[in-house]
Design a protein around this ligand. Structure first.
Ligand code: GLY
Length: 381
């Protein structure tokens, strides 16, 4: 436990330093040579501006650091980011994505939970309503990427989308509007049925016919092959199916979470840090994706809470994986990197962010440390 506590102390000091260095600006999705730099300018977006799917992990980490330390500097900066996310939503900047769930769970729902202020509740509900515009009939899925009229993206979803459902669940609870829960129930049932394969591995992405709603085909975008199992996708499956089991009470989603967990755990190399795609095994020189392990740890801790029958097993597997992350992917000192967790992969087929720190890897590693050290921690998702 001492190692876990010192990993948490180191993480808080890195986040404090990143606040001093970057303030209200946003860093890129991943480090380069273990250092974050301002998010590059793109089109109308200036350097350091709030765009893309990963910026909410910055305030997300600050809220976690506040939970862990009580240091007001974290809360104050997280609220400044909440203001910027409100601005982004109101000015309709880079919102054509299902990742509104990742973004506004951490940047509106969490601020609302922490402050009770209506302002953040309204932002969260407006973001959820925007996400609902991506729910496609008759397929009953939330489209992942792109403009809804883009033929290349129409009818496509991805396993990561499971983590975007909690925003809809929360909005349903807040408003009493049954459309949200209905969308969550139908979308997650489609993923359980089609994105999860018979051998318990997962497709990264899956297409439905936008006119008939028929399931068409699976494929990959960030994995090694269409029929391989992208490690981070399987990890999203563990955590995402577990959270949506709690939201819907549908026991088949609990089974789906365990199917992902069992497959993930049985495809790890000896040192427990997954290769970026689970097709690779011990002896391969393929890069690892520590961020997949960090997400899996959070999913396993969640399974320990919701499944009394296998709670001990889930907690032991989570502890084991988190210990491996601390041993193999924690920077040697807080000064050694701006990231909390080394050795992540963003998108190997496109050679983006390979063997680097990642904002989501940092976030879920920190969430895992907080879950381990703070029994009863109230989850954000
Ligand atoms: N949700 C995008 C990714 O995991 O890369």
């Amino acid at each position: 436990m001492e190692t876990v506590t010192s990993a948490l102390t180191d993480a808080a000091s890195v986040i404090r330093r990143n606040i001093e260095r970057f303030g209200d600006a946003y860093v890129g999705d991943t480090t380069r040579d273990d250092r974050y730099a301002l998010r590059p300018a793109a089109g109308a977006f200036a350097e350091g501006q709030n765009r893309g799917w990963t910026t909410s992990f910055v305030p997300g980490m600050q809220w976690l650091a506040w939970d862990a330390t009580g240091d007001e500097v974290f809360r104050a900066q997280a609220l400044r980011h909440a203001e910027d996310f409100e601005r982004r939503l109101r000015s309709d900047e880079d919102l054509e994505t299902h990742d509104l769930g990742f973004l506004y769970t951490l940047a509106a729902v969490v601020p609302w939970r922490k402050t009770g202020e209506d302002r953040w509740r309204e932002v969260g509900i407006a973001a959820a309503e925007r996400l609902m515009t991506r729910f496609l009939e008759p397929a009953g899925i939330v489209q992942a990427w792109g403009d809804l009229t883009d033929p290349a993206q129409r009818g496509r979803t991805i396993i990561d989308s499971l983590m975007n459902m909690p925003l809809l669940t929360w909005a349903g609870e807040q408003t009493g509007d049954p459309r949200y829960a209905d969308a969550v129930r139908r979308h997650t049932a489609q993923l359980r049925e089609h994105i999860l394969r018979a051998d318990d591995s997962t497709f990264h992405t899956f297409y439905w016919d936008p006119i008939t709603g028929d399931p068409l085909r699976g494929g990959t975008e960030q994995g090694a092959f269409d029929d391989s199992c992208w490690a981070r996708g399987e990890a999203w499956g563990i955590y995402g199916f577990a959270l949506n089991y709690e939201a819907t009470g549908d026991a088949s989603l609990l089974r789906a979470a365990w199917r992902c967990a069992d497959y993930f755990l049985s495809h790890l190399p000896a040192d427990r840090i997954p290769y970026w795609d689970l097709v690779y095994t011990d002896g391969s020189d393929a890069p690892r994706d520590s961020s997949a392990a960090a997400i899996a740890v959070c999913g396993l801790y969640e399974l320990a809470l919701v499944d009394p029958a296998r709670a001990d097993e889930a907690r032991a597997a989570a502890d084991d994986l988190l210990d491996a992350l601390i041993a193999h992917a924690r920077p040697s000192s807080p000064e050694a990197s701006d990231a909390l967790l080394l050795h992540g992969v963003y998108d190997l087929p496109k050679r983006v962010g390979v063997d680097e720190g990642t904002l989501w890897g940092d976030y879920f590693y920190l969430e895992a440390l907080v879950r381990r050290t703070t029994p009863g921690w109230e989850r954000y998702w």
